[in-house]
Ligand binder design. Structure first.
Ligand SMILES: NC(=O)C1=CN([C@@H]2O[C@H](COP(=O)(O)OP(=O)(O)OC[C@H]3O[C@@H](n4cnc5c(N)ncnc54)[C@H](O)[C@@H]3O)[C@@H](O)[C@H]2O)C=CC1
Length: 361
């Protein structure tokens, strides 16, 4: 991987060129524009490589990837085609370190990886659809670029508070983006998402500026491990930056439903007052739950991104489980501050930074 890292763009372009040249029928499974698709493959490979020594994490990641691929229409027979193109492009760009042994090792690794994904997809097929249709039943513009969308899935959609779904709009077929659920599972089965239109974000702009009640989106299966550990009574320390407050709100509702005996401390960061688009909801929750405290943190001109610093001023936090949701930079800095405040790594939860960076496309 060290040799291909610096030429990652070339490797992925060559990979897709090989794949589509040899298997033109597979082209229709990918978006019309491949711009944002290109580095997804490499990112997935890097994530797998990073966790190569941690079998439990790696297998969980691959199973999730396999389940998630059902919505693309991926079939078991597609995997060898991808494997051939992958090895073809790696052997070309890692030529100085490539040998028969390297090739054999890649074939073995890829065969194992694809088998875990294929098996997870087959198992999932017995209990869940590949995707759900969801009708947008309400669309509320909270600021000029943030919308709260409520979606009614066509069949029951089981998930846990703190997880996210991938979502495809009718305007950008086969382009999927992740959005966290902004509520814990509700008795009426409706799902809520907070979407910020980001520059060059095709899906997010369509969802904020174009989507209307009555439109239909497709939903992939729920994913993510940022869920509440109900096996202990530790307090929850939650950092939500911008629309990252969405899954934090879901976690608060989840704790409330479990009859909270634990304190929940929420720090809600935004650039300006105006960007605290969900502060009223959070303060209402604080009023009805004595165990909940919500602290809005507004950036100042001389101190942008000050959310993690604000958390440092309170505490102590070493007995808390920590949850972070928001921009990747906030999560990185937040984790550092929390580690410095004595919160062990295994009690700090957030979504994968690779996925969040991809979501910003
Ligand atoms: N599950 C998750 O982790 C979720 C993540 N998101 C992500 O959250 C982001 C939301 O974007 P915006 O609302 O535009 O957020 P933003 O860029 O306006 O930032 C919101 C707040 O986060 C903090 N922050 C931002 N960058 C920081 C840094 N480098 N260091 C420390 N603190 C920092 C600041 O307090 C800032 O006011 C998107 O990138 C989105 O993908 C959104 C929903 C769920």
């Amino acid at each position: 991987m060290a040799e291909v890292g610096p030429v990652a763009d070339k490797v992925t372009s060559y990979f897709y060129a090989l794949l589509f040249m040899r298997h033109p029928d597979l082209r229709m499974l990918f978006p019309a524009s491949m711009d944002t698709q290109r580095d997804r493959l490499l990112r997935a490979l890097l994530t797998a490589a990073e966790n190569i020594d941690n079998t439990e994490v790696l297998v969980a990641y691959l199973k999730n990837l396999g389940r998630g691929h059902r919505k693309y229409g991926t079939e078991p027979e597609h995997y060898p085609a991808v494997g051939e193109a992958l090895i073809g492009s790696l052997s070309r760009y890692a030529s100085s370190s490539w040998s028969e042994e390297t090739e054999a090792a890649w074939v073995r690794a890829y065969t194992t990886i694809s088998q875990v994904m294929i098996d997870a997809a087959a198992e999932d097929e017995l209990r869940a659809p590949a995707w759900w249709f969801g009708e947008i039943v309400s669309h509320e513009l909270r600021t000029s670029d943030i919308a709260v969308l409520t979606v009614r899935p066509d069949q029951p959609y089981p998930f846990l508070a703190g997880q996210y779904a991938s979502l495809e709009t009718p305007w950008w077929p086969r382009i999927w983006r992740h959005y966290s659920f902004a509520s814990a599972p509700r008795p009426d089965g409706l799902l809520t998402f907070h979407v910020k239109a980001v520059s060059a974000g095709w899906v997010s702009n369509a969802l904020v500026h174009r989507a209307r009640p009555g439109d239909t989106v497709r939903l992939g299966p729920p994913a993510g491990t940022m869920t509440v550990d109900h096996s202990n009574d530790n307090g929850l320390l939650c950092l939500g930056g911008g629309t990252g407050i969405a899954p934090i709100k879901a976690l608060v509702e989840d704790v409330a439903e479990h009859g909270a005996r634990r304190s929940v401390e929420v720090f809600y960061g935004a650039r300006t007052d105006h960007d605290l688009y969900d502060v009223d909801t959070m303060l209402r929750l604080q009023q009805s739950h004595p165990w909940l405290s919500v602290r809005p943190v507004i950036d100042s001109f001389d101190q942008p991104g000050r959310l993690p610093d604000a958390v440092r001023q309170f505490g102590p936090w070493h007995d808390f489980d920590a949850y972070l949701a928001g921009p990747p930079g906030m999560i990185r800095n937040g984790v550092q501050v929390l580690r410095g405040a004595g919160v062990p790594q295994d009690r700090i939860r957030h979504d994968s930074l690779e996925e969040l960076v991809a979501a910003a496309d």
